[in-house]
Design a binder for this molecule. Structure first.
Ligand code: RFL
Ligand code: PHB
Length: 394
């Protein structure tokens, strides 16, 4: 593959945000190049999100990459919250007037996007090293990078920073311009993927004296489980047996009794963080997805926020190139951030309501119990949870 020296939109990062933007712009006749630091195999080996909002599903459909998701994705019309042994089903369908979520792994979304980009001869440069952005405040920005020992330069009209939390795009914006907001939680999630049937058909978010656990899945034969862990934990110290035993202890007894265990095929620890960088635009550089914001995974919002950013950004770029209308680009940051902050609130709330926070003491624990009792007794409270869980409108 030869590397072009110019394009209309240069996209940094070949994760779901970058690939989806590339695909949507391609369908509108706009030329893109994606620069990805890692190999394709590496990107496709990362196990991350599992729950897609209806808006994300609709966007993947519009991008022409929904065929396999429609066949293999599991539509869930409810989700369960368990607290100190009590169980409560949130009937998403009933509480939101017929909305649901789809369980389909981020790894599969990314694989489907790569397949679509290949089919349309989309340019994705892997192992692009030392990507550096230049002149983003000028009319003709460009990026330089190294690939196979050679230095390249690509000129463009716009740069989309879709390179995740540790990427170069946000770091290219001067600190004097960017305001950041951050909350780091005093724990992480230890996740295990295993080819065993899920413990039940719907997801279970379980809070208990000793911590939090989540029972999720990728298919009817592949489960994804998480437990709250301390930030000092090392994956190597967690044998499969220790993981299953700890998970069982965090679940209500009847659910633990039904748990099928087996060898893990992936095991990893992720810290939990809330983070927002404002604004999401600097000159001709636009940030999207994890490059601009992080949510703790408790609300299943990270990938879905990347999708809504890309919806706004792709529309704005299409309006610019096909209708010479820049209103979308001018309003992008404010529009995206309005939705981001609501998802930040919800993810923070779910995390706070269900995890063990030793430093919050007995008062904090009783507030959590009151939170659960309120959910159990109030349809309005359940409706608020359901409306946010299925996703606020784009
Ligand atoms: P990504 O996926 O991090 O992709 C960014 C890409 O940019 C590349 N990159 C660079 N490329 C070139 N030059 C550089 N200097 C670069 N620096 C980085 C990276 O290699 C990478 O390929 O960001 P993107 O596209 O914004 O997508 C965001 C999502 O990945 C993320 O929000 C979700 O995974 C979060 N998340 C969940 N989201 C949900 O919506 N539902 C869930 O159920 C859910 N569960 C989760 C999650 C995240 C988790 N972890 C591990 C953080 C569960 C977990 C455990
Ligand atoms: C997952 O299946 O990986 C998953 C599901 C729901 C969440 C977070 C992660 O809230």
């Amino acid at each position: 593959m030869s590397i072009p020296d110019k394009t209309q939109v240069l996209i940094i990062g070949g994760g779901p945000a970058g690939l989806l933007l590339s695909q949507l712009l391609h369908l509108a006749g706009i030329d893109t190049v994606v620069l990805e630091r890692r190999t394709r195999d590496h990107v496709l080996s990362r196990i991350r999100a599992g729950v897609l909002e209806q808006g994300t599903v609709d966007l993947l459909h519009r991008a022409g990459v929904s065929g396999r998701m429609e066949r293999e994705g599991l539509v869930h019309s409810g989700v369960e919250i368990a607290f100190h042994g009590e169980r409560l089903r949130i009937d998403l369908d009933d509480l939101t007037g017929g909305r649901s979520v789809t369980v389909y792994g981020q790894t599969e979304v990314t694989a489907d996007l790569y397949a679509a980009r290949d089919e349309m001869n989309g340019v994705v440069v892997h192992e692009a090293e030392d990507v550096t952005l230049h002149d983003v405040l000028g009319a003709r920005p460009f990026a330089t990078f190294r690939k196979d020992g050679q230095t390249h330069r690509i000129d463009c009209a716009f740069i989309a920073g879709c390179d995740g939390f540790h990427g170069v795009s946000r770091a290219s914006i001067p600190e004097t311009v960017l305001k950041t907001y951050e909350l780091v939680y005093p724990f992480g999630w230890l996740g295990v993927l295993s080819d065993v049937p899920p413990v039940q058909e719907e997801l279970i978010y379980a809070g208990q004296e000793n911590g939090f656990a989540l029972c999720s899945m990728r298919s009817l034969t592949r489960s994804r489980y998480y437990i709250q862990c301390s930030l000092e934990e090392k994956v190597d110290d967690w044998s499969d047996d220790r993981f299953w035993e700890t998970l069982s202890g965090l679940l209500p007894g009847d659910i633990a009794d039904r748990l099928t265990t087996g060898p893990s095929i992936e095991k990893s620890i992720a810290p939990l963080r809330s983070f927002v960088a404002e604004p999401m635009r600097h000159g001709r550089l636009f940030l999207a997805g994890d490059a601009a914001h992080i949510v703790p995974p408790t609300g299943a919002k990270g990938l879905n926020l990347a999708a809504s950013d890309i919806h706004y950004l792709s529309q704005a770029l299409i309006d610019h190139f096909t209708r010479s209308n820049d209103e979308g680009l001018e309003g992008y940051s404010a529009r995206a951030l309005a939705r981001v902050w609501k998802a930040e609130r919800f993810s923070w709330w779910m995390t706070t309501a269900l995890h063990r926070f030793p430093e919050k003491g007995a008062f904090g624990a009783r507030i959590q119990k009151a939170e659960f009792d309120y959910l159990a007794s109030s349809r309005a409270a359940r409706q608020s949870l359901a409306e946010n869980y299925v996703g606020l409108p784009f």
